[in-house]
Design a protein around this ligand. Structure first.
Ligand SMILES: Nc1ncnc2c1ncn2[C@@H]1O[C@H](COP(=O)(O)OP(=O)(O)O)[C@@H](O)[C@H]1O
Ligand SMILES: [Mg+2]
Length: 282
C-alpha cells in the first residue's frame, strides 16, 4: 500500500533533533497538507477537486447518502437516513445529538466496523462500503484510529504492550522499533513514566490516555472517538480533549468525536448536530 511505504521508507528517526524526538518519533513521516510536495499526483488531484468533493473522494474520510437499518421485524429501526459528511484534516469535529439518534451507528460505518444498507464511505478517496473484508481491515489499520468510551485495554498487558498491539497487527515494524514508538506515544500523552505499568494499575483518565496512544500506533490520518470523555471526571475530560485537539492541530489529524459534553463540543472546529438519523442543516 502507498501509505505503508510512505510511512516506513522516509526520514530515518536518527535525523530527528533531540529536543523534538518524542513528537518526531510519534509521527516520523507525517506530511500535512501545508508541506506536502506539489507533485504531479497532487496537481491532478487538485484539478479534480471540485468533482471529487461532490463525490466525497477529496477528503481523508467522507460519506455520502448513508442509510442503515438495524434490528429485525418489529424491532427494525431506520437508524441512519441519508448522512453526508466530509472530515477535514487538522480539524476537530463534534457529533452531538440525543441518545439513540444514530451517532455510534454512524461512527461504526465511518470506521468500517459495519456496512451501510445504502450509500458510500470514502477513506482517502477510495470507496470502501462494498470492498472486501480484507481491504476494509487494511484500510482500517492504515487510516483509522479508534477511541471508545470504555478504553478496552487488555488488563494483563502493560501500557506499552497495549500500544504495540495495533503495530503488531499491521506487521511492519520490528520489536525494537515498536517499543521505541510505543514509548514515544506514551510520552506524548504524558505517560512515559508509566509505560511498564499494567493497564489495571492506571487510573481511568490514564487508561483513556493509553487508549489514545494506542489509537495513534499506526499514524492514522483520522481518529474516530465515541464519547471518549464519557466515563471521565471534568479534569480528565479536559486532559483527554486537549490531547485530541492538539493531535488535530499539530499533526493534521482529522478527529471525529461523539460527545454529550456541550462545552467540549463548542471547542471543536465544527459541530455536527444529529437528530433521528440525520444531520441538521447548520
Ligand atoms: N443491533 C441493533 N438492533 C436494533 N436497533 C439498534 C441496534 N443497535 C442500535 N439500534 C438502535 O439504533 C438507534 C441508534 O443507536 P446508536 O447509534 O447507538 O445511537 P446513539 O449513539 O446516538 O445513542 C437507536 O434507536 C438504537 O436503539
Ligand atoms: Mg452512542
Amino acid at each position: 500500500m502507498r501509505a505503508q511505504s510512505r510511512r516506513v521508507a522516509t526520514q530515518p528517526q536518527a535525523n530527528a533533533p533531540a529536543k523534538n524526538s518524542a513528537a518526531d518519533t510519534m509521527f516520523p513521516s507525517k506530511k500535512t497538507a501545508a508541506n506536502a510536495p506539489a507533485d504531479k499526483a497532487a496537481a491532478a488531484a487538485s484539478a479534480d477537486a471540485s468533482a471529487a468533493s461532490a463525490s466525497g473522494a477529496a477528503s481523508v474520510l467522507a460519506c455520502r447518502g448513508l442509510v442503515r437499518f438495524l434490528g429485525r421485524d418489529e424491532n427494525r429501526t431506520h437508524v441512519l437516513r441519508g448522512v453526508d459528511f466530509d472530515a477535514a484534516a487538522g480539524q476537530t469535529h463534534a457529533v452531538v445529538g440525543p441518545s439513540g439518534c444514530g451517532k455510534s451507528s454512524l461512527l461504526y460505518l465511518l470506521g468500517l466496523l459495519d456496512r451501510p444498507d445504502e450509500g458510500e464511505v470514502f477513506i482517502a478517496g477510495k470507496p470502501m462500503a462494498r470492498a472486501s473484508d480484507d481491504a476494509r481491515t487494511a484500510a482500517r489499520n492504515a487510516h483509522l484510529g479508534f477511541v471508545f468510551q470504555f478504553h478496552f485495554l487488555l488488563p494483563e498487558f502493560t501500557a506499552a504492550e497495549n500500544v504495540i498491539l495495533p503495530m503488531r497487527k499491521r506487521g511492519e515494524l520490528g520489536e525494537g522499533a515498536m517499543n521505541k514508538r510505543a514509548l514515544a506515544l506514551l510520552e506524548a500523552v504524558g505517560l512515559g513514566e508509566k509505560a511498564g505499568r499494567l493497564a489495571t494499575h492506571l487510573s481511568g483518565g490514564e487508561q483513556q490516555r493509553v487508549a489514545i496512544a494506542r489509537s495513534l500506533a499506526n499514524e492514522p490520518p483520522v481518529i474516530l472517538a465515541d464519547e471518549p470523555t464519557g466515563n471521565l471526571d471534568a479534569k480528565n475530560s479536559a486532559i483527554v480533549f486537549d490531547l485530541l485537539a492538539r493531535l488535530a492541530r499539530e499533526h493534521g489529524i482529522a478527529v471525529v468525536m461523539v460527545t454529550h459534553n456541550p462545552e467540549l463540543a463548542n471547542r471543536c472546529d465544527r459541530v455536527l448536530r444529529m437528530l433521528d438519523g440525520q444531520f441538521l442543516k447548520s
